[in-house]
Design a protein around this ligand. Structure first.
Ligand SMILES: [Zn+2]
Ligand SMILES: [Zn+2]
Length: 787
């Protein structure tokens, strides 16, 4: 890998100055280089480990690696939360390998074992490869460590060997949940000897998925206790606020944190970029900015022509493929087909062989530009990039730093560019650099006590071993009231020995821990029957309804038919000049109000709701420009969702005092709802697609004008709760975003929403500002004083 041809500032100059794009740059942040800080391995670490590590070119560990190893060796659970490429794995591998070597010398049976969990199979495979390198460097000393992957790809004839003989098993939470824990008796000797559990990339366990993983880990701990082991948990996280607390919530144990990063960093230039306004008009005549996708494709084209090795992170699969296709076209025109072929798309959802081919091309340098979804964050080593483009804010500051950290390894300079999408959050951020560069990263939100999450794990646990009173504390406060309910539903039966699972089917099969809910929908090419990929059941109505345009590997497909009974979307290859956007209607009912605070005459609440949603039609939008071409009705059944919501109500008297007329109220409340959904990700680790909203001028349950924001997953995921806790700051930022927007009557950068079920009708920008001002005037929550 050749170093950057020029310092990052010079590369940025060529992207802007040389091409007349200076006005698109809203801010440039220079992050200075940071020198490395070294320490010594703790004395308990076996000398063979230090030798092997030296063999891969590391003479002394960085401070955070040594600190984590030392805590682990002393038997403390520990989470390492440092930057991308800071060698977190070595921090936990050193104590793990050392313990495994110690174990091989003890005569009693199998010796020590370790379980390694990663969110993806690809990451586990990568880790196994790195272990191989370390072993080679150890020159025979580490041969006694028997490492093996155990996942869906492991051939059946190898599985028995892994269970009986492997000392380090690499797997994922899904396999632990469905494959290992239900068959624990076959894993008895492994579990009995379990010394360490490594939870890699633990920040990805957030929301509903994180809550499920938290319960899977509790089931693991329970079985270990039964077999007489009490493993130490070693976690690795991207930079996050309060990592020890989150890791504690995930594991149910006290966890020490290591956050002082001792690794070196090259100079990084971080640019904030706002695409220009176009001549086009959007919904309700709003001004339209150039899309982040089109802008990113242009910048990628220029970087590739400049021989700058770059990755673009795009939020959607479809967007990643569009960026690659557009850049390829531009490069073919500018420099010929051979150069065009040096750009590709990478995202999750590909079949394994497709993924591997792309990874190889990237490693070999055959690829110069890659457009990827955040799937690339996990499991694929993309060392040695010069530039990272982020087409849209990735949802959290933690992901922002993780993605930006892909550039400029081992002390090289690096360029990162955040390209704003036309939405309230992105626009707010590129004009408020302090909220990116002078704010701590968010903490990871998860809610293991969600009864929707907990109930199936109690069933699975009961199937593994009968549940007794001694398990109540382990599974948390929701457990005691849930058990009799599960018995009434005929799932568990109470006998003298505890609660038993009585059904014939496997309890663990009843729950999909990725939170999709229901079977994923398969995408099948109608003419050939070829399986192209899958989408989860929750988003199928929106993304692969009949008539939807779906992209895969740069090819465009049109959905011929969505068959909900068989969970199949039949598609044809097609090349329409438009994309599609689903439209839906939503109503909401309050089931329970758990918490309520008064903000003057206004009230802010948190509780349980039932949301009824129906996808009713879709719009065709011209590619790139986003112009709306027409609307088509759909006939899909409504779906109901019981979840958690935060909502606020104002009184008629307040509206009168603020001079807000009754006819202005629907547009004002609707606009405030949209913008607040757009800004919530600044405070909770969610994105706007994880949450939804409803605004009602007179809601039957509250009797008042009410705006709801709810979690889009059954039982909630903690996002609405976080909104309630930080309501003052959250709604304050919402007001600031609307007030600061330069549009006249509302645009996608402030109050318009790309997923509005009502075509962004009605919206009242001025009304929203007055409504939020009167709400915040009485606010007492944190952040309220800033208004
Ligand atoms: Zn605007
Ligand atoms: Zn709306």
């Amino acid at each position: 890998m050749k170093p950057l041809p020029d310092p990052p500032a010079a590369v940025l100059d060529r992207l802007t100055g040389a091409r007349g794009r200076q006005d698109r740059l809203t801010h440039t942040e220079h992050l200075p280089a940071r020198p490395a800080r070294y320490a010594d391995w703790p004395e308990e670490i076996r000398p063979e480990i230090a030798v092997a590590v030296e063999g891969i070119g590391i003479a002394r560990p960085w401070t955070h690696q040594a600190e984590a190893a030392s805590l682990a060796m002393s038997g403390q659970n520990v989470v390492i939360a440092t930057g991308t490429a800071s060698g977190k794995s070595l921090g936990y591998l050193a104590p793990v390998l050392s313990a495994l070597l110690d174990g091989t010398e003890s005569a009693n049976g199998r010796g020590a074992t370790c379980l390694y969990l990663s969110p993806t199979k690809a990451l586990a495979a990568d880790q196994l490869r790195r272990l191989g390198e370390l072993r080679k460097a150890g020159d025979g000393a580490l041969d006694l460590v028997r490492a093996a992957a155990y996942d869906g790809d492991t051939p059946f004839q190898e599985r028995e060997w892994v269970r009986q003989y492997a000392s380090l098993v690499l797997t994922n939470p899904d396999m632990l949940h469905r494959g290992i824990l239900p068959a624990h008796t076959r894993w008895a000797s492994f579990l009995r000897a379990l010394r360490y559990v490594v939870v890699d990339e633990c920040h990805t366990y957030r929301g509903v998925f994180g809550s499920h993983v938290a319960q899977v880990l509790r089931r693991l701990r329970r079985l270990c206790a039964r077999y007489g082991s009490e493993p130490v948990f070693l976690l690795a996280s991207a930079t996050a606020a309060e990592p020890g607390r989150t890791a504690g919530r995930l594991t149910g144990l006290p966890v020490a944190e290591v956050t002082e990063d001792g690794s070196p960093r090259g100079e990084t230039v971080f640019a904030l970029w706002e695409p220009p306004l176009t001549e086009l008009q959007g919904e309700q005549g709003a001004p339209v900015r150039r899309s982040a996708t089109a802008e990113a494709a242009d910048l990628l084209t220029d970087l590739v022509l400049d021989e700058v090795r770059s990755v673009v992170f795009v939020r959607s699969r479809r967007g990643a493929e569009l960026v690659a296709v557009i850049a390829q076209e531009r490069l073919a025109e500018a420099a010929g087909l051979a150069t065009a072929r040096r750009v590709a798309a990478y995202r999750g959802g590909y079949l394994p062989e497709e993924r591997r081919a792309l990874e190889r091309a990237l490693h070999s340098g055959q690829l110069l530009g890659l457009a990827a979804t955040s799937a690339l964050e996990l499991g694929v080593d993309v060392a040695g990039l010069d530039a990272v483009l982020l087409a849209g804010y990735p949802g959290t500051r933690a992901s922002l730093w993780q993605q930006a950290g892909r550039a400029g390894r081992s002390g090289q300079g690096a360029l990162a560019v955040l390209i704003a999408r036309d939405d309230p959050l992105d626009t707010y951020l590129v004009h408020h650099p302090d909220s990116l560069f002078r704010q701590p990263v968010e903490s990871t939100v998860l809610d293991p006590d969600n009864p929707h999450v907990l109930a199936p794990h109690l069933c699975a646990a009961a199937a593994e071993l009968p549940l007794t009173d001694s398990d109540l504390e382990l599974f948390g406060p929701s457990t005691a009231p849930l058990l009799p309910q599960l018995e009434r539903r005929g799932l568990l039966r109470q006998r003298p020995g505890g609660y038993f699972w009585t059904r014939r089917e496997r309890a663990a099969d009843a729950v999909d821990i990725r939170g999709g809910g229901g079977d994923p929908v398969r995408i099948v090419e109608a003419d050939t029957g070829r399986l192209l990929g899958t989408v989860d059941a929750g988003s199928a109505h929106t993304s692969v309804h009949t008539g939807a345009v779906h992209l895969h590997q740069g090819r465009t497909y049109r959905v011929r038919d969505l068959d909900l009974d068989d969970s199949v979307a039949l598609v044809d290859e097609a090349d329409p000049p438009y994309s599609t956007v689903a439209r839906d209607t939503t109503s909401i009912r309050v089931l329970d109000t758990d918490r309520e605070v008064a903000w003057g005459d206004a009230t802010l609440c948190f509780g349980s709701v039932e949301v009824t949603n129906q996808v009713v039609s879709f719009l065709k939008r011209r590619l790139i420009t986003g112009e709306v071409l027409g609307e088509t009705k759909l006939d899909l059944p409504p779906r109901t969702l019981r979840t958690r919501a935060v909502w606020w109500c104002v009184t008629d008297g307040q509206l009168e005092d603020a001079g807000l007329l009754p006819e202005e109220l629907p547009g004002a409340a609707h606009a405030a709802e949209h913008a607040s959904i757009g800004l919530l990700p600044l405070f909770a680790t969610c994105d706007r697609w994880d949450i939804g909203g409803v605004s009602v001028p007179l809601h039957p349950d509250t009797g008042l004008p009410t705006v709801f924001v709810y979690d889009g997953h059954p039982g909630g995921a903690g996002f609405a709760e976080r909104g309630f806790q930080r309501a003052g700051e959250w709604l304050g930022a919402t007001l600031a975003a609307i007030t600061a927007c330069e549009c006249e009557r509302g645009c996608p950068s402030c109050i318009q929403s790309p997923k509005c079920g009502n075509g962004n009708e009605p919206l009242d920008k001025g009304g929203a500002i007055r409504l939020l001002r009167l709400l915040l005037a009485g606010s007492t929550g944190p952040g309220a004083e800033s208004m």
